[in-house]
Design a protein around this ligand. Structure first.
Ligand code: ADP
Ligand code: MG
Length: 701
């Protein structure tokens, strides 16, 4: 009898090389292997007749190998072909030619007379129906094993080197048969179904029929989702039982700030500020996500929150993902808040500065040393910074509010690092990466969500156009009219790895080209390897209009705000993801002028065309996010690792969204009734949460 937790290494019937191959898949225990779920299934009860036409849908066929051949083409390349005949062939039957390129070892695996099951897309090549690189399995005439691999719904697993489907399937089959009868703890609450885990696991590997497969899958997906949602809900409950404090002033400072603005807040901004204000006013710690498309005006909302907090007498921290952004926030906040008498300070990897002179300390270094002993009286009200804030030796003397900009650039663990203190500060995280609702409830499931769903009215229109690289000449003409009209331009390059010298060199070459192209206008080059102070000066010259053209990498992707810049030209646009392009486009259309986003690409593939066309069609970030998700398929958008959640083994965040909703409701109601899972009947859920916590990543050092 095998116990579920038993290491595979203890099973003497698994030969060592196979154990090693399993280990490479991360499979160490019986449970690991039993939860190594099939990636798809083949119905090997009956096979369809061989096709006469091609199709885009892959099909599963079975036939006998009539002949094989190895041919050369194009000099050194080889092609191996196996011609299959279907079992009940008649005069009208077409043979099927399976082809593999440059895989001559197949020659040793496939021989005339064998029966093969193949899976792939049939294609018409000349007069022949071919399948290129089909997945295949040789059917062996071993009666003892026939029932495992054939005449059934057969599982196909994620593959690995050194383990054939057949071997993996046999091992799992035996494991299931020898598994001890000790019931597997079911951690699903009754309302999510009564199925039992043991039979679900059996059926997910070797289902009797499609219905039982579906039922088993639903059970396992629900278990997985429920475990995840319990983790999320308990984190949420945990933060709500933490000791916090109210951090909300009377609002006079906020009023003064708002009346100093040259624009009216949008209704959405007002609504969101009211939501935040309510949170700040209670002593339950705030954990709020502010979602708003690029340019929707999140910074003003953040400032409102900050002002309410400092008016209540505490400090606020404002963390941004890049130096440029931190500097920009610092500049904006100085402009707006200095007149109100607010003390500001910036802390980045390379810079520490306070706006007001601190009489006690002369030099910067001494000031840094002295920070730890600063008293509340001379401490800044707001500290703006990058990741450096996480490692800040300044003990914030009385941190009441933490604002995290562009949250998707940080991980949950980093957020926790800044906010895990007693009493708990209020936390506002902001993101301009709109994500589909179904993802929000997972990735940001432990947060309350506010959405700014309205753009300021004074915005010029943005027109997006995809152009072939060969049209650069015309595009240049257009760019000239824009700079001559007093506008400014971003030109973006896709540097894959900013640390690579080669890329930097390419950018420098391109920069020189652009200087010639747009002579006599001033261009400057900005990328991640430019030293920080200089980066700042370059940004400043662009902001002030001294420079007309900024040739840059995606270091300006998030947040940068220069209203006079009206053109965003992206080179090799196909190399960027949709979300990233949308972010880049968010750099323009910030003033009243009409703006233009030009996506240059020489890639004429259908995928690229479809992808880039999305941006031509819409400027709505949510629509872009949905389309992105559709195009990228089931893989999850942000990566659950980033969100500090365990990786999903079976559930699909997109197609199983309905199940996620059910799991979430169940988890939320359990924790609402018993936030610490103290009752006797909730003990199993408590164990579940602890176990889940052990499976999460932590992406902070
Ligand atoms: P994001 O949400 O992308 O961070 P920002 O906060 O940087 O956007 O705001 C973009 C620009 O819009 C800034 O220059 C800001 O001053 C301005 N802005 C914010 N709110 C409004 C408003 N209600 N009306 C007009 N302009 C606004
Ligand atoms: Mg912003």
């Amino acid at each position: 009898m095998i116990e579920i937790s038993q290491p595979l290494a203890e099973l003497d019937w698994i030969p060592r090389p196979r154990l090693l191959a399993l280990r490479r898949l991360g499979l160490e225990t019986a449970e690991d292997l039993l939860t190594h779920y099939p990636r798809r299934y083949e119905d090997r009860h009956e096979f369809p007749a061989f096709p006469h036409e091609e199709s885009d849908v892959p099909v599963c066929l079975c036939g006998e190998v009539m002949k094989t051949s190895l041919r050369r083409f194009g000099g050194w390349k080889k092609i191996f072909e196996a011609t299959l005949q279907e079992s009940n062939a008649n005069a009208l039957s077409e043979p099927l030619v399976c082809r593999w390129f440059n895989l001559h070892y197949l020659q040793k695996m496939i021989a005339t007379g064998q029966r093969l099951v193949v899976f792939g897309k049939p294609r018409l090549r000349g007069k022949r129906i071919c399948m290129d690189h089909p997945e295949f399995e040789v059917i062996e005439n071993d009666p003892a094993e026939a029932g495992i691999h054939f005449r059934r719904i057969t599982p196909i697993y994620p593959a690995t080197e050194g383990l054939s489907q057949r071997v993996l399937r046999s091992i799992i089959y035996r494991l299931l048969n020898e598994l001890s009868d000790t019931p597997l703890e079911t951690s699903l609450p009754g309302e999510l179904g009564r199925g039992d885990r043991r039979s679900a696991i059996r059926a997910i590997h070797f289902p009797e029929d499609w219905e039982s497969l579906n039922a088993a899958r639903e059970h396992l997906v629900l278990s997985e989702f429920f475990a995840m949602q319990m983790l999320i809900a308990s984190r949420r409950a945990e933060s709500q039982v933490r000791v916090g404090a109210a951090h909300c002033g009377r609002g006079e400072l906020l009023e003064r700030f708002l009346s100093s603005l040259l624009f009216e807040l949008t209704d959405a901004q007002r609504r969101v500020i009211a939501e935040i204000r309510r949170d700040l006013g209670t002593n339950v710690p705030m954990n709020r996500l502010l979602q708003g498309d690029v340019g929707s005006g999140k910074t003003v909302v953040a400032i409102a929150a900050i002002l309410l907090a400092i008016e209540a007498g505490c400090q606020a921290a404002f963390m941004a993902p890049t130096q440029i952004l931190a500097e920009q926030h610092y500049a904006v906040l100085r402009r707006w808040l200095e007149p109100l008498g607010v003390r500001l300070s910036i802390r980045t990897g390379s810079r520490q500065e306070d706006n007001g002179p601190l009489p006690l300390f002369g030099s910067d270094s001494r000031r840094q040393d002295a920070c730890a002993t600063q008293t509340r009286d001379d401490a800044p009200d707001v500290i703006i910074g990058t990741h450096a804030l996480l490692y800040e030796t300044v003990s914030f003397s009385d941190l009441g509010l933490v604002v995290i900009d562009e949250q998707h650039k940080f991980g949950v663990a980093q957020r926790a690092r800044l906010t895990a203190r007693e009493p708990a500060p209020d936390v506002l995280v902001m993101t301009a990466t709109p994500i589909p609702r179904t993802l929000t409830m997972t990735v940001y499931g432990d947060l309350d969500v506010s959405v700014i769903d309205e753009m300021p009215r004074n915005r010029g229109k943005i027109i997006t156009a995809v152009r072939d690289e060969s049209k650069l000449g015309e595009v240049l003409g257009f760019l000239r009219t824009q700079v001559e009209g007093g506008r400014q331009i971003y030109v973006i390059y896709p540097l894959i790895d900013e640390s690579e010298k080669l890329d930097v060199k390419a950018a420098v070459t391109e920069y020189n080209l652009w200087r010639e192209r747009l002579h006599p206008f001033r261009c400057e080059l900005l990328h991640g390897r430019v030293p920080s102070p200089e980066k700042q000066e370059i940004m400043e010259r662009f902001r002030s209009g001294e420079t007309q053209v900024l040739i840059s990498t995606t270091v300006i992707e998030v947040g940068v705000d220069v209203a006079n810049a009206t053109v965003m030209l992206v080179e090799n646009a196909e190399r960027f993801g949709l979300a990233q392009l949308h972010q880049l486009r968010g750099r323009i259309g910030r003033g009243e002028h009409k703006s233009f986003c030009i996506l240059l690409s020489s890639d004429q593939s259908k995928e690229t065309a479809t992808k880039l066309a999305v941006l031509e069609k819409t400027i709505d970030g949510f629509k872009v996010a949905e389309a992105d998700w559709d195009l990228r398929g089931p893989g999850d958008l942000l990566g659950t690792a980033q969100s500090g959640l365990p990786v999903l083994k079976i559930g699909n965040l997109k197609s199983d969204a309905q199940l996620m909703r059910r799991a979430r409701n169940a988890a939320m109601s359990i924790l609402a009734a018993d936030p610490r899972l103290e009752s006797l009947e909730n003990q199993r859920f408590r164990r579940l949460v602890v176990e889940q916590e052990g499976r999460t990543f932590s992406n902070v050092s």
